[in-house]
Design a protein around this ligand. Sequence first.
Ligand code: FAD
Ligand code: DLZ
Ligand code: SF4
Length: 508
Amino acid sequence: VSRLILILGDQLSPDIRALREADKETDTVVMAEVMDEASYVRHHPKKIALIFAAMRKFAAGLEEDGWRVRYSKLDDEETSRSICGELMRRAQEEGADEVLATEPGEFRLISALEDCPVTVHQFEDDRFLCSHAAFEDWAKGRKSLRMEYFYREMRKSTGLMMEGDEPAGGKWNYDHENREPAPGVIDFNGPMQFTPDETVEEVLDLVESRFASNFGEARPFWFATDRGQARRQLSHWIRHGLKNFGAYQDAMLIGNRFLYHSVLSLYMNLGLLDPREVCSAVEEAWQAGEAPINAAEGFIRQIIGWREYMRGIYFLQGPDYMERNALNHRRKLPELFWGGETKMRCLSETIDQTREEAYAHHIQRLMVTGNFSLLAGLDPAEVHEWYMSVYADAYEWVMAGNTIGMTQFADGGIVASKPYVSSGNYIDKMSDYCGDCHYSVKTKTGEGACPFNLLYWDFMARHRERFEGNPRMAQMYSTWDRMSDEKRKTIRSEAGAILDALSEGRVV
Ligand code: FAD
Ligand code: DLZ
Ligand code: SF4
């Protein structure tokens, strides 16, 4: 019997599980650009272009390799709306009655495959280093699911940067060497930029014509769209970017959008690069003396720690995770997130960059847009959807823990032990945004006061009952209590005015 082998747009790995289960002689690979996937959120055009271009090239590679492939383009007339629709159509054409698939990274699509009239076997995706069962085992019976402890187990099980049973260099974590503001000179030109070839150009035309009203533009487009290019970016970054990755990981600069970041999430999440090969390459560079331990450890922690942990949390918590709203935040996402006017320079820089690149680095996502959303009490589901839409590396398995958990505290503290909130001071320390801002970061109340300063204390006061017992926040509450009644009143009323302005669509 003939079977269909489903390869989704983020499963572009030559040794993906469904292909390993398949028989090249008798099975048919199915890949499909479909409107349901391209529109379940209003993806940034660069994200759609990246996925479609990489899918087309991957399909061509499989054919060269001797696979029989049935590929549906979005603008082919017969292409149906959904993955299930395409499976049914191809099953009929090929006389197949069974589909082998690798489990998608999203509950929505897992259920759609379960409910599809044709039988779909979903094999666990073993491109991740931690299986569902291993994560469940780790989580079982624990009072708190902190990433750091998970990460240590991952170091042991992968053997990465280990000396026997001990962490290389004697410490698990070198983060205290990692929180430096940007240096005067950045000696790295950022990610490799690839000139679109014919396949990419064709996809860019398609995306421009079909997704013109989405936030952002498909062109100019420079992402890697095949494994060869992604490997070149990996080597390029290891050679020139890695050594300073650790130290300046948290820095933000106007005019330098990538600093020492790798931009590898794009390619790992699609399957063009394997997280193991990325970590091994980083470990080797450190062993060869080409990168300091704080950079190599810090990077490997992001991958085998945070990346795997976020996926584990998503699958452990289940589909209702995206609906959590522990702090009962209801404010609608203001227009400034979609490029509407704002006088806050940190936000306008981060959001302009997001629109132009479909990329912002971690601290911009966490401490600018994330921090602002939490302080402003924005609805976490809307915040989650915004991030899902605007970033080219966004998939729910990795996004949910970061939005609902890490930045919005909407899961009540599963991912974060305390809310990631800060006043303007942190942004000023880590960036050069404040110098050029309409507001003054040093001003705490009154004319020109930085909204982060006001909203920070207002957040603390609003949620006092929940957070005052948290030992890591006690000091902030005693600072608040030492302020005069009048000052506290002023802060709360000025913060209230900003929140009202946000609700009423006025520029802040
Ligand atoms: P680098 O700084 O070079 O980091 C290296 C790698 O570590 C990344 O490529 C990524 O694979 C991994 N990593 C680092 N931090 C995290 C993290 N918190 N969670 C998971 N992986 C991590 N990452 C995504 O891949 N997809 C997302 O949809 C996504 N959404 C995010 C939303 C918010 C609100 C926040 C705060 C973070 C989000 N991240 C997401 C994590 C992180 O910001 C991005 O992985 C990173 O900015 C990608 O750029 P890079 O490859 O240059 O990262
Ligand atoms: C994100 C995405 C987009 C935009 N388009 C497609 C598509 O047309 N066909 C496809 O197979 N996959 C696409 N994807 C990726 C899926 O949405 C992804 O597999 C799920 O979000 C699970 O991670
Ligand atoms: Fe952002 Fe405040 Fe700095 Fe302006 S002053 S850039 S609003 S932190």
